[in-house]
Design a protein around this ligand. Structure first.
Ligand code: PEP
Ligand code: MN
Length: 284
């Protein structure tokens, strides 16, 4: 592995904690939920109420959507940022949204509590450096075909510019499998905890692309040691403008949250294998 002077675990004696309002990412288990894209004021407001009620502690919603086709819905841009912030404030949740272009970093930072760097931009180095020049927490998603080494090197780009507030997000990688949208690399979650002091979130929605696979992969990610989850939730998934097959209904999300809390409680009780600690912190 190439040198990772800022992100590797040995650099710091302790794990990185990132403060977002009252939330301490790295200590409090993070549950980001909300629709793939902000589609209207009413849609994001309804989603915000539903995910807050079920126990999420951060609201998501895309304003600038990285779509494979230029003819697909691209997001509502600044209007979406306004609706997202408004919805978050109304229910009392911080918000996260993707920034795709270095020229939009200041604009998105004015509305978002956490900036998301999407998979397709994991190696957009000018974008990484631009978010690195802010002090906003940044969630860096793993690239579609990126090795862990490449992913961590991208985190270093952000940190090298002076922003230490990096959260990693495993969202599945391209594999030979076509049944699932991507292949969730659960082993990367455990490995990242060994390699770095940065918090890691799992996104089983984009990893699987299938609603029915989201709960089992969310719970597996918890047992692998993740510090949080990102789950796509839409008031009416079948009417969604994008990613309709992977978004949970509010009811499905509320059910998942019960299992998430039970799994977290189980994880806390475990005395030998302990994913909240790393191998050298616990004598096996
Ligand atoms: C997203 O989370 O909105 C998204 C587009 O995901 P990814 O960049 O992982 O494809
Ligand atoms: Mn999506």
């Amino acid at each position: 592995m190439q040198p990772l002077p800022r992100s590797r675990k040995e650099t710091k004696g302790s794990r990185t904690k990132i403060h977002v309002n009252d939330l301490v990412i790295g200590d409090d288990f993070l549950v980001i939920a909300g629709p793939c894209a902000v589609e209207s004021e009413a849609q994001i407001m309804e989603a915000a109420f539903a995910v807050k009620q079920a126990g999420a502690n951060m609201l998501r919603g895309g304003a600038f959507k990285p779509r494979s086709s230029p003819y697909s819905f691209q997001g509502l841009g600044e209007k979406a940022l306004q609706y997202l912030k408004q919805a978050g404030q109304r229910v009392g949740l911080p918000v996260i949204t993707e920034v795709m272009d270095p020229r939009d970093v200041a604009l998105v930072s004015a509305y978002a509590d956490v900036l998301q760097i999407g998979s397709r931009n994991m190696q957009n180095f000018s974008l990484l450096m631009e978010v690195g020049r802010t002090q906003k927490p940044v969630m860096l998603k793993r690239g579609l075909c990126a090795t862990m080494e490449e992913w961590l090197a991208s985190a270093e780009y952000i940190m090298k510019e002076g922003n230490p507030n990096v959260i990693l997000c495993e969202r599945g990688i391209r594999s030979i499998e076509t049944y699932t949208r991507n292949t969730l690399d659960v082993s990367a979650i455990a490995a990242i905890k060994e390699l770095t002091h940065l918090p890691i979130v799992s996104d089983p929605s984009h990893a699987t692309g299938r609603t029915e696979l989201v709960p089992p992969m969310a719970l597996s990610s918890i047992m692998a040691g993740c510090d949080g989850l990102m789950i796509e939730v839409h008031p009416s998934p079948c009417d969604a403008l994008c990613d309709e097959k992977q978004q949970l209904t509010p009811k499905q999300f509320a059910a998942l949250m019960i299992d998430v809390n039970e799994t977290l409680a189980l994880r806390k009780q475990m005395r030998r294998y302990h994913p909240e600690k790393t191998q050298d912190e616990v004598k096996l």
